[in-house]
Design a protein around this ligand. Structure first.
Ligand code: SF4
Ligand code: SF4
Length: 385
């Protein structure tokens, strides 16, 4: 564990309701909603269901009722809160710039915290249970194939701190690929004892555990690094969100590994001509790296899929709470990707990979993988002349 990291004992003392906002703290934001309906135009769930309770505007009407004491948080309201992909598209288009996801997560937390679901979730997601499961995976994977990148200390090297998400702890495919690719670059890759980024805790309303991992991870993110890199869009977005509304903390340079590779001067040589397409995960802040990076892949042809940046429809808890809707959305996503005729479907989030597989269920399909896994399959990685 790195210097300054928070120990489990300290976390247990500091974690708790002290950090957390209440629904009433968001009254001004909720009241900022002008009911303009712009969120309806972009919300993937509203577009499919036509249900106003699926989109921010409808949810805010309900939450205003709760804050005024006219409605009580209930199972039905929880159902509407769960009818949301947490894709953040409505926030990007909202003229009032309301941080919808934070409000929905807080409302969910207030409803579930004293109910059996909340108590069971808190137990399963506690460091005692959750980390034990991850540690078991880590040991199994380490036994088979987890080769750490050789650490060479050299002041000229670019220092990269790797944030390894839970998906990589369970299945380290993209971590192994990233280390293989980075062995061709003049970098020092540093690893720390991070916890989960917190996304699964947020969406299940376990804000106590979210605050715990956030505090732990922020300590480990401090340091003299050129970049903090991730290979998971959700982790990248979660880490950036740690620094929202924090005046006393500067956000470190957090980027997807592909952003880093896109600004380096290397070429990826593929002997065989391949057509690729791309699904942009909702949590990927920017895909500006995609075209520059693929243009440096010899023999690779990129075909843009219809609605390539629309949510895949999986979104973790959403798929569990709304299986029929999730299936419909993932099937549409799989169709759009398959229609390109691509040999390989690329994305940048392990959860989206599961979602796209779900959409293809039972059908023959192209290979689906994280971009970094694809780059690791290049026959050669050479200096761009
Ligand atoms: S776009 Fe924003 S202000 Fe407009 S209805 Fe939706 S949440 Fe309210
Ligand atoms: S976060 Fe996404 S799914 Fe949820 S209300 Fe906004 S646009 Fe709709």
């Amino acid at each position: 564990m790195g210097e300054g990291a928070v120990t489990r004992a300290q976390r247990d003392v500091t974690a708790g309701e002290g950090f957390m906002k209440k629904l009433s703290d968001f009254a001004d934001d909720i009241n900022k909603c002008s009911k303009c309906g712009k969120c309806q135009e972009v919300c993937p769930v509203y577009k499919l269901t036509g249900n106003d309770c699926a989109v921010s505007r409808g949810k805010f009407v309900i939450l205003q009722g709760v804050l005024k004491g006219e409605l009580k948080l209930s199972k039905t309201i929880e159902k509407y809160l769960d009818l949301c992909l947490k894709c953040g598209k409505c926030k990007d288009f909202c003229p009032s710039d309301i941080d919808v996801c934070e409000i929905f997560n807080t409302a969910k937390h207030e409803y579930v915290k004293n109910r059996p679901y909340g108590k069971i979730t808190r137990f399963l997601q506690s460091s005692m249970v959750f980390n034990k499961i991850l540690n078991t995976f880590q040991k199994i994977n380490g036994f088979f194939n987890h080769q750490p990148l050789k650490q060479i200390h050299n002041d000229k090297k670019i220092k990269l701190l790797y944030f390894k998400g839970c998906a990589n702890t369970i299945n380290p495919k993209s971590e192994i690929a990233m280390k293989k690719v980075l062995s061709h670059f003049d970098v020092e890759l540093i690893e720390q004892d991070f916890e989960c980024c917190g996304v699964p805790f947020l969406s299940s309303g376990n804000l106590e555990r979210y605050e715990e991992v956030k505090k732990h991870n922020i300590e480990l993110l401090k340091g003299d690094y050129n970049y903090i890199i991730t290979d998971c869009a959700s982790c990248e977005s979660a880490l950036k969100d740690y620094y929202k509304n924090t005046k006393d903390l500067n956000e470190p340079n957090i980027i997807n590994i592909c952003h880093f590779l896109a600004i380096q001067d290397k070429k990826f040589i593929f002997k065989k001509h391949l057509k690729v397409t791309f699904h942009k995960p909702c949590h990927l802040k920017s895909d500006a790296f995609l075209k520059p990076l693929l243009s440096r892949c010899e023999n690779i042809e990129y075909i843009e899929a219809k609605d390539y940046d629309e949510c895949c429809g999986f979104a973790g808890e959403f798929a569990i709470r709304n299986p029929k809707l999730s299936m419909k959305m993932t099937k549409q996503k799989a169709k759009n990707l398959a229609d390109t005729g691509a040999d390989v479907i690329l994305t940048a989030c392990p959860s989206c990979i599961i979602g796209i597989h779900q959409g293809f269920l039972g059908k023959k399909h192209s290979k689906i993988m994280n971009i970094i896994e694809f780059l690791a399959r290049a026959d050669k990685i050479i200096q761009n002349k």
